[in-house]
Design a protein around this ligand. Structure first.
Ligand SMILES: *[C@@H]1O[C@H](CO)[C@@H](O)[C@H](O)[C@H]1NC(C)=O
Ligand SMILES: *[C@@H]1O[C@H](CO)[C@@H](O)[C@H](O)[C@H]1NC(C)=O
Ligand SMILES: *[C@@H]1O[C@H](CO)[C@@H](O)[C@H](O)[C@H]1NC(C)=O
Ligand SMILES: CC(=O)N[C@H]1CO[C@H](CO)[C@@H](O)[C@@H]1O
Length: 217
């Protein structure tokens, strides 16, 4: 009798632990796949863009190809050695920026994030975490564990429209144009290249940022 009673108590405890898992230890964000392609819809204070995001951690590179609505396309190519290229193929302009941190690791959200709870976005039920003093709020589908949406403290938001784990952009796609290199020899071309965008502004719009001490998105 006594042993049956204990077994029942244990089973009940296990069930309660299971149900109350969120209370004891909040859900953990799913690490990103090491490589993926995502199509994002970006809203930066009402300015809309689609962004092709190519995340390629094993090769130490990350790419945001930002298509402004009815406008230009800006290539934001980030290498984990700290060199980032921002270029516009139509304008023939390029800016090279050194960011002394690598790209984010797949589990960047796992450590030190704060679980916010369950929220709805775009019809998806999501677990939500914040990171780095609310620098970012990140929404992950409760059921499929796919990223659905994230929003920065600036209000800039990204909706994940497609998410393709394992998809890799071929090497040719990562080649910055020649005018990103040898700046001295081709200086006049660059100065006439129409690149009026300051790196700081580009970073504000394009990186997950200094706050995380890493360089991405
Ligand atoms: C974009 O964000 C602004 C707020 O910054 C909001 O007023 C607007 O409705 C949003 N646009 C879309 C298409 O979601
Ligand atoms: C980083 O890697 C890229 C791509 O290989 C290269 O173009 C760039 O010059 C490198 N930067 C540094 C500082 O080595
Ligand atoms: C969490 O934050 C502390 C203090 O800022 C830092 O030392 C630690 O490395 C962080 N851990 C992770 C996993 O990011
Ligand atoms: C060193 C270098 O890359 N120079 C380039 C300067 O621009 C011309 C085109 O105008 C290129 O052919 C050179 O390779």
């Amino acid at each position: 009798m006594a042993s049956h009673g204990n077994a029942a108590k244990l089973a009940l405890a296990a069930i309660l632990l299971g149900f109350c898992g969120a209370g004891f230890g909040s859900p953990t964000p799913t690490p990103w796949p090491e490589q993926f392609h995502a199509l994002l819809l970006q809203n930066a204070s009402g300015k809309l863009s689609t962004v092709d995001l190519w995340y390629d951690f094993p090769n130490g590179r990350n790419f945001n190809i930002i298509h402004s609505q009815l406008g230009s396309t800006l290539y934001d190519l980030e290498w984990t050695n700290g060199t980032s290229f921002f270029y516009d193929l139509d304008a023939g302009s390029c800016r090279t920026v050194h960011v002394p941190v690598g790209i984010l690791p797949p589990d960047w959200l796992v450590g030190n994030s704060t679980y916010i709870g369950v929220r709805e976005v775009g019809g998806f039920t999501c677990n939500v975490w914040s990171k780095a003093d609310d620098f970012i709020f990140y929404y992950e589908d409760v059921e499929t564990k796919r990223p659905v949406y994230w929003i920065f403290y600036t209000g800039r938001e990204e909706y994940v429209m497609t998410f393709e784990p394992g998809k890799v952009l071929e090497d040719e796609g990562w080649q910055a144009p020649w005018y990103c290199f040898d700046r001295e020899e081709n200086k006049s071309f660059q100065e006439n290249g129409g690149d009026t965008k300051e790196p700081s502004e580009l970073f504000k719009h394009s990186t997950l940022g200094k706050k995380l001490g890493k360089n991405l998105v």
